[in-house]
Design a protein. Structure first.
Length: 76
C-alpha cells in the first residue's frame, strides 16, 4: 500500500527566478527610496541645503551599494 505512493516532481526554476527578482527589486528599491527621502529631508527641512543633502545622499548610496551587493558564494 505505501509502495503505491509516487512522490511528485516539480520544476521550480520560474519560481526561483521570480523570487530572486522580487528580492533584488525590494533591496535596491528600498535603498533608492531611503536615499531620496534623506536628500529631500536634508534639503528642505534643515539648513544643510541642497549640497548637504546631495553629499549625504551620495555617501549613503555608496555605503548601501557596498553593503547590498551580492557576495560571491564559495564553491562547495
Amino acid at each position: 500500500m505505501a509502495s503505491d505512493y509516487h512522490r511528485g516532481e516539480m520544476d521550480i526554476q520560474e519560481q526561483e527566478s521570480t523570487f530572486h527578482a522580487f528580492i533584488q527589486m525590494t533591496k535596491w528599491g528600498s535603498l533608492s527610496i531611503t536615499v531620496a527621502l534623506l536628500m529631500a529631508t536634508l534639503w528642505f527641512c534643515t539648513k544643510a541645503g541642497f549640497l548637504g543633502g546631495l553629499i549625504t545622499g551620495v555617501v549613503v548610496l555608496v555605503i548601501g551599494i557596498l553593503v547590498l551587493r551580492e557576495k560571491k558564494s564559495a564553491a562547495h
